[in-house]
Ligand binder design. Structure first.
Ligand code: HEM
Length: 465
């Protein structure tokens, strides 16, 4: 087949295609571009370069081939190195510290360790449930904020024995504020030409203050652990980071690398989980049959007994509901890869070695070739184990919310157990209502996406279990 140039909108001098991002919601802009140009197009950004966007299962599947493509550290992810250095998320695969941290930390995220964190996960979700029970049915609950408190507290308690105690404070922990602000600012930086920095001195100052706060918070957690380390019997993530020795090289993580990874976990581990939970409750509230089925499943499997980790893994419908949520609303809306060598996509579109190629999940996850004409509908049934396995066999890489290959999410088992536990606990104890029945989904965007202005109300079904 002859080479075909990748479609691209005409750009402006100096600004390139930045003006294509017109709304607050860049996923909507990308959807418009896909509607206009098809499953593949290229945009150019001044000072940054160009990026190819792909949105069909076929193209996404192609770039998931690790023999031809690797994770690309450019634009926002490269900027995020200001916060997290060569921590797991922001490192290049070939950097020594990525391999070192990956090998040392993988076992700490294995199924056995995660099961061992169950009691501490339950500790935090009970704090949230008790708060919601005291709210009563008339006070709107800021779902995304409380799920953020929950996910941050859970991560800090399970992985390093530290209590943020966010449910006992009105304000979110300053770490969360600084994280949100700095990620937004890093996103903004990539959208303006490099020479424009001089016009943004105060935002730059604020950015570095926020970064400092996050790194100092992490450093304090490490110091607290070192100070307590004589009597410390906890075998958690922080212990693995501080004491773990890599079998291959005999090396440990440097102090700098421990901070980089701690910040990484605090960031990567809580926005994503809280976003997914918020989207899941939104979707259940908009689809009352799904809500009922999920609640019935909890009643059948858990009854009114205290939830145990073994019972969690008997659930079938709730995992399908969470997978369907992640299909429609992936909190990390895409992943970016680059070719090892100049290559052709779909056998005809030339891309250069190193040019970033972003897989847009909000598009690929509704590819009608995979999900049919009802791809836009919320149907957990299609994600029940048998159906999910069949889909993935027939259409490899059709569901990628946790990323790809060796750079896929290390925290997936952690997040999964937490989300099953939280959903079950809440459905066991509460009925839910939209605070404003006419609310329709609005998206708040940083590096991740989550629902904006989403408020729920609850009523207790019986005394708390
Ligand atoms: C990587 C999604 C929860 C830690 C990733 C990637 C995705 C993802 C898409 C790949 C990003 C890329 O290729 O650029 C999610 C979702 C979650 C979740 C949807 C929850 C529902 C967590 C949790 C943790 C975590 C709870 C930590 C405890 C990480 C880390 C990486 C990563 C460290 C980088 C791994 C590497 O490249 O070696 N995640 N994540 N994530 N995630 Fe998660």
């Amino acid at each position: 087949e002859p080479k075909t140039p990748i479609p691209e909108p005409r750009g402006l001098p100096y600004l390139g295609n930045i003006t294509e991002f017109r709304s607050e919601d860049s996923l909507q802009d990308l959807a418009r571009l896909h509607d206009t140009y098809g499953d593949i197009f290229r945009l150019r950004f001044p000072g940054v370069g160009s990026c190819v966007f792909v949105g069909s299962n076929q193209l996404v599947n192609e770039i998931c081939d690790e023999s031809r493509f690797k994770k690309s550290i450019q634009a926002e992810v490269a900027e995020a190195r200001l916060i997290a250095g060569d921590g797991l998320f922001t490192a290049k695969s070939e950097e020594e510290n990525w391999g070192l941290a990956h090998r040392i930390l993988m076992p700490a995220f294995g199924p056995v360790s995660i099961k061992g964190m169950f009691n501490e996960m339950q500790d935090i979700v009970i704090q949230m449930a008790l708060k919601w029970a005291r709210y009563g049915s008339f006070n709107p609950i800021p779902a995304s904020d409380d799920f953020t408190r929950l996910a941050l507290d859970t991560l800090a308690l399970c992985s390093m024995g530290y209590r943020f105690n966010s449910f006992y404070k009105d304000e979110l922990h300053p770490f969360v504020q600084s994280m949100g602000d700095s990620l937004t600012e890093l996103g903004n930086r990539t959208q303006r030409p490099k020479w424009a920095k001089v016009f943004y001195r105060s935002s730059e100052r604020k950015l570095f203050k926020d970064i400092d706060l996050m790194r100092t918070t992490s450093d304090e957690l490490i110091k607290a652990r070192r100070a307590a380390s004589n009597g410390n019997k906890r075998k958690d993530l922080l212990t693995a980071m501080i004491e773990g020795v890599d079998a291959r090289t005999g090396k440990k993580l440097s102090d700098e690398s421990v901070i980089n990874n701690l910040v990484t976990f605090l960031i990567a581990g809580h926005e994503t989980t809280s976003g997914t939970l918020s989207f899941a409750f939104y979707s259940m509230l908009k689809n009352p049959q799904t809500f009922q089925k999920a609640q019935q499943e909890v009643d059948t499997i858990m009854g009114r007994d205290r939830i145990t980790v073994d019972k969690l893994f008997k659930l079938k419908y709730i995992p399908a509901m969470l997978r369907e949520t992640l299909r429609q609303c992936s909190p990390i809306p895409g992943i970016t890869l680059e070719a090892h060598e100049d290559t052709l996509l779909a056998g005809k579109y030339p891309v250069k070695k190193g040019e970033p190629i972003t897989a847009i999940f909000s598009r690929a996850h509704i590819d009608p070739a995979v999900y049919g004409e009802d791809a836009n509908e919320f149907k957990p049934e299609r994600m029940l184990d048998e159906n999910f396995d069949r889909l993935q066999k027939e259409f490899p890489n059709c569901w990628k919310p946790f990323g790809n290959g060796m750079r896929a999410c290390i925290g997936r088992p952690f997040a999964w157990q937490e989300m099953l536990l939280v959903t079950s606990t809440l459905l066991q104890n509460f009925d839910f209502f939209l605070n404003d029945p006419s609310y329709t989904l609005k998206i708040a965007e940083t590096l991740t996406i989550k629902p904006k202005d989403f408020f729920m109300r609850t009523s207790l079904r019986h005394g708390m279990t």
